[in-house]
Structures are given as C-alpha cells and as structure tokens.
Design a protein around this ligand. Structure first.
Ligand SMILES: Nc1ncnc2c1ncn2[C@@H]1O[C@H](COP(=O)(O)OP(=O)(O)OP(=O)(O)O)[C@@H](O)[C@H]1O
Ligand SMILES: [Mg+2]
Length: 266
C-alpha cells in the first residue's frame, strides 16, 4: 500500500507548510513500524492522526521531535523537514528541536513541583527568562493561554499534582507553551479526561492554533471531526489517506479509511 500523495492539497504549500515528512521509515528491531510516510503538515492548523491501535500514530508523532531517539534499537530513514531544515541532519541540536516542538501526553505528567515551578523550570533552565518579574509574567501568561489562570492564580505554590486530571493536563499544556515552541504534539491528550475537561482542551486547541501548529493523535472520531482541519488515516505503519477533515470523513477515497471511520474495525 502506498502513502497517498498529498502535495497537491494546498496550492500555497510553500508558505503554509510547517513540517514535511519525506520517505520516512522507522524500524523497532525487525518491526517496520512506519513505512514510507510522505506528509505535509500545515502551519497554524490542527492535524489529527487516526487509525487502529498499533498502526504507528505515536511512533510518527515521536519522530517529529526526535523522541524515538530515546528508544533503543530503533532505525530511521528519510527526512522530517521543519522550516526548511531536516531535523535528522547530523548537525542538528536535538535539545533545541525538542524545545521548539512541545509534547503533551495521554496521562498528564506534571513535575513533582509547584504549579509555578512546573511552568518556569524549563524557561529558567534554558535562560529564556530571569527569576522574578520575568518568570512571574511568563507563568501568568502561559496559564492564561492554557485557560487555567483563574482556577490556580491563588495557589501557584501548590503542587502541580494536587490539581484535577483536566487541570493537570492544562498545566502540561501551559508548561509546553512556556518555552515558546512552534509546534505542539498531543498524543491522546483527552483520553484520560472527563467530557467537560475534554471540551476545555478542545476549545483551547482551537485557540492555540492561531500561534502554533498542532498535531494530535486521537481515537475519538468526534474529536478529530470537531477540532482538526486535516486528518490522516494510518493502518499497519502506512499512511493510507490524508486530506481535509471534512473530505476524509465525508467522502474517504480508500476503503480502509471508510471501514475505520464507520466503525467497522479498530
Ligand atoms: N518502544 C517501542 N519498542 C518496540 N516497539 C514499539 C515501541 N513502541 C511502539 N512499538 C511498535 O510499533 C508499532 C506502532 O506502535 P505505536 O505505539 O506507534 O501505535 P499507535 O498507533 O500509537 O497505537 P495506540 O493507538 O495503541 O496508541 C506497534 O507494532 C508497536 O508494537
Ligand atoms: Mg499511541
């Protein structure tokens, strides 16, 4: 099965493409987990990756900030170009890549630190800001952007882990945006949350796409439909189909996509 060509999706591709995967392959030992992925991801849009369990969504997401480097016995070929630079080039500073490409995981994972320190820790470490007024301002603006400020402004010294699951996930989003990334990767960010927290995160994503390019993995078809501008269907390590979300859901070109979104498997 071949990944569908997607370079014709948008006539303005040169200016509005943030990330381009070309001929991307990944093996875990002998397991060929990503097979010749070719995909342009649009700037300031939300792109959803959907598909059955084990099809390679998280693996692909982790390729975009080189997190798979941290897993033993992986081999990657091909390119991921972000803003005209291949992040797999030998001269790339991997720490700088991970700073530009923030990640939010399925389980909220605040540091065992205060709400304030969860947000200020990395910016202080990277010397983006100084302690004091600068870090106060960054903590406030990040929490406002993540829609959490009003709920926590009077308890910034409390542990991040004392918050509810939905609040913790917004704290993790605040932490991700505090280092001023360009891209936010989200791997099933609401699957551990109740419907109200899920709704908050979804509306937050819609807000954040003004400033960030967002790639989200989700098993929730309604969520993909509601939030994403573009959607890609993965199956057994292949990207089967990629299109504007409305088109992918309403008139999928491939039988495999149609079966999945109509709930016949997965
Ligand atoms: N750390 C790892 N080491 C070895 N193999 C892995 C690792 N992570 C994933 N795999 C394998 O790679 C393939 C793709 O897995 P991946 O986690 O990317 O799927 P997924 O689409 O995110 O699935 P899910 O929806 O269940 O999260 C699977 O065959 C899986 O077993
Ligand atoms: Mg996964």
């Amino acid at each position: 099965m071949k990944s569908s060509g997607n370079n014709t999706l948008n006539p303005h591709r040169n200016s509005d493409i943030k990330i381009t995967a070309s001929g991307l392959n990944l093996w875990y030992g002998d397991n060929h987990a990503l097979q010749d992925i070719n995909m342009d991801i649009h700037k300031n849009k939300i792109t959803a990756l959907i598909g059955p369990s084990g099809c390679g969504k998280s693996t692909y997401l982790r390729c975009i900030n080189r997190m798979n480097d941290l897993i033993d016995n992986t081999r990657i070929t091909g390119e991921i170009v972000i803003d005209s630079k291949n992040i797999y080039d030998a001269d790339i500073d991997v720490v700088a890549v991970r700073k530009r490409i923030g990640m939010v995981f399925q389980q909220p994972n605040p540091f065992p630190k205060s709400i304030y320190d969860n947000i200020s820790y990395a910016p202080l470490k990277h010397r983006l800001i100084k302690k004091g007024i600068e870090s106060d301002e960054l903590v406030e603006s990040s929490l406002i952007s993540a829609g959490l400020w009003e709920e926590v402004k009077d308890k910034l010294k409390s542990p991040g882990t004392s918050l509810s699951g939905g609040q913790q996930q917004r704290l993790c989003i605040a932490r991700a945006i505090a280092v001023k990334p360009d891209v936010i990767l989200m791997d099933e960010p609401t699957s551990a949350l109740d419907p109200i927290s899920t709704e908050k995160i979804e509306s937050l994503m819609m807000d954040l796409k003004k400033d960030y390019t967002i790639v989200i993995v989700t098993h929730n078809m309604q969520q993909a439909h509601r939030t994403a501008d573009y959607a890609a269907y993965f199956h057994l390590g292949n990207m089967v189909e990629y299109n504007q979300t409305e088109t992918l859901f309403n008139s999928p070109a491939e039988a495999l996509t149609e079966s999945y979104i109509s709930g016949r498997f997965g």
